[in-house]
Design a protein around this ligand. Structure first.
Ligand code: ATP
Ligand code: MG
Length: 229
């Protein structure tokens, strides 16, 4: 399995949760470096599971999934965590914010723990957090505990955390589901600007098919997936 230009390359990728039926069985999936891909499919078809495998939150079988040149299934759990922190910005469907940290520290966390992302900031971390927060309209909330925020505000904190430090791969799981029209437009503009400026690869899941025109390619997971077919 080699493809120098692929950011994500899956070959006979299968996955089942413990004791469950196969959720995914993908013969082939290739996402080029810098490509912007819109992934869609019915609820429960495995979109979040696929994103979790790509991000190394879940472990795929060895030899079935390469991400940024790494055989994700051959990496230990800490090594997958390091790969994600350094190179992948992930807007989780359930946000996964750290409840005991304030907004500023939630946004800064991945950059604080990895030099690769810190080194890509043009100014200070403090300044970068403030700028990204301002783009997303959460600049007045930086000192708040995330547990005090509305769902849409939490989603914007999760988005800011994923974008800071220009990760090579951005994974976004229904990142606009809790946002109003203006916030949604603001987030998408920031996302696409970041992706373009940094040459990042974007893997974006949404049920809102009207967004698909913004992307280089749309993929139907239900069509790709042999499991549950
Ligand atoms: N932690 C888990 N343990 C066991 N089964 C799970 C787990 N997470 C998801 N599943 C199952 O895996 C299948 C795919 O779930 P997944 O969350 O990937 O779907 P999805 O396409 O993201 O759905 P949605 O659009 O509702 O977010 C479902 O049948 C679900 O029940
Ligand atoms: Mg999901």
């Amino acid at each position: 399995m080699t493809d120098g230009d692929a950011c994500v390359l899956a070959h006979d990728l299968t996955f089942s949760y413990p004791g469950g039926d196969p959720v995914l069985d993908l013969p082939e999936l290739s996402i080029g470096t810098g490509e912007r891909v819109f992934l869609y499919g019915p609820s429960g078809c495995g979109k979040t599971t696929l994103l979790s495998l790509v991000a190394g939150v879940l472990q795929p079988p060895p030899g079935t999934l390469q991400v940024l040149g790494h055989d994700v299934g051959a990496l230990s759990s800490p090594a997958r965590d390091r790969l994600r922190a350094a190179h992948i910005g992930y807007v989780f469907q359930m946000f996964n914010l750290i409840p005991y940290l304030d907004v500023r520290d939630n946004i800064a966390l991945p950059v604080r723990i990895t030099a690769a992302r810190r080194n890509r900031l043009s100014g200070s971390l403090h300044q970068a957090v403030a700028e990204t927060a301002a783009h997303l309209g959460i600049e007045d909330l930086l000192n708040e505990k995330v547990t005090r925020l509305s769902v849409g505000q939490q989603q914007r904190v999760a988005a800011a955390r994923a974008l800071l430090g220009d990760p090579e791969l951005i994974i976004a799981d229904e990142p606009t589901s809790a946002l109003d029209q203006d916030r949604r437009r603001g987030f998408l503009e920031l996302l696409f600007q970041n992706v373009q400026d940094a040459g990042s690869t974007l893997l974006f899941v949404s049920h809102d098919l009207t967004l698909s025109d913004l992307f280089d390619r749309s993929l139907s997971l239900a069509e790709l997936n042999r499991a549950g077919a």
